[in-house]
Ligand binder design. Structure first.
Ligand code: CP
Ligand code: NVA
Length: 305
């Protein structure tokens, strides 16, 4: 693994190895702390958008492993504005051992990888959020066992998070259903790509009706209706998405022991109710913690000698 840009780039074996490594690193951390295997290694965290989880989990992940990480705000780097993405990649390659970037345009992630001589980690783009999906399937593994044969239902906007979950589900043998309003579904290219790497018979099913999509689900997943960068569409989206709220009534149509997931930040009262977010099926906060454990696996894979 040279970079970590998309779940689509990983083989099922690489994905399983990352999940195994995350399990070991989490246990090690819980048993007194990680070994400093990234001592002397540095990670630049370049953000074009806000963050709580991605920033803190990558930074603390590096600290726990003996390395060093630092944050560069949207105002400092102005990637593609103050200087070209290619030049940012070339310059950072001379200073640090790896770069994590959160960008608007996915092309910026691809350009960083093209022009950098150190590993690039995608910390979310308008296209995908692979570190999130890895952590999410690690959470599924912990709470439900092997993802193979489980049913995950994503309800809401077919966005960056949904796309990475779909790719991971197909690679890990998880049945994936998605309920989206007309005009807000997955694009054909994503669906066709996902089908090419379906393992263990994993299938994707598209729905408009969330109540139908969640029948027998082991996992219900949702995300905000308006992603970062789509703020101008917020009012329209607030009109369209209310039937896609993950509330107790919807959860009751899935398996009784289903887990409810959300990448966070949540807009409580919109895509998810307090009752569900804080209820017995919710794994929202263990899920958020797992960002750190899963990303340590990415860091070790890319940076350990
Ligand atoms: N889930 C996630 O990526 O959260 P942040 O935007 O806070 O990093
Ligand atoms: N879909 C959301 C995810 C945030 C972690 C966004 O892009 O804003």
């Amino acid at each position: 693994m040279k970079h970590f840009l998309s779940i689509a780039d990983l083989t099922p074996d690489e994905l399983h190895n990352l999940l195994d490594l995350a399990t070991r690193l989490k246990a090690e951390w819980r048993n007194g702390g990680n070994k400093p295997i990234l001592q002397g290694k540095s990670l630049a965290l370049v953000f074009q958008k806000p963050s709580l989880r991605t920033r803190v989990s990558f930074e603390m992940g590096m600290v726990h492993l003996g390395g060093y990480a630092f944050y560069l705000s949207p105002n400092e780097v102005k990637m593609g504005g103050r200087e070209s993405v290619a030049d940012v990649a070339r310059v950072l390659s001379g200073y640090v051992d790896a770069v994590m970037a959160r960008v608007f345009e996915h092309q910026h992630i691809l350009d960083l990888a093209k022009y950098s001589s150190v590993p690039i980690i995608n910390g979310l783009s308008d296209y995908n959020h692979p570190a999130q999906a890895l952590a999410d399937f690690f959470t599924v593994l912990e709470h439900k066992g092997s993802p193979e044969g489980l049913k995950m239902t994503y309800v809401g906007d077919a966005n960056n998070v949904a796309r990475s979950l779909l790719f991971a589900a197909m690679k890990l043998g998880t049945h994936f259903t998605i309920a989206t309003p007309p005009g807000y579904g997955l694009d054909e290219e994503t669906i066709e790509l996902a089908k090419t790497f379906s393992t263990a018979g994993a299938q994707i099913e598209l729905f408009e009706n969330p109540a139908k999509a969640v029948v027998d689900a082991d996992i219900i997943y949702t995300d905000v209706w308006t992603s970062m960068g789509q703020e101008a569409e917020k009012e329209t989206r607030l009109q369209v998405f209310p039937p896609y709220q993950v509330n107790q009534q919807l959860v009751s149509k899935a398996k009784p022991d289903c887990i409810v997931m959300h990448c966070l930040p949540a807009h409580r009262g919109e895509e998810i109710t307090d009752e569900v977010a804080d209820g017995p099926n919710s794994v929202l906060f263990p899920q958020a913690e797992n960002r750190m454990h899963a990303q340590k696996a990415i860091l070790v894979e890319l940076l350990a000698n």
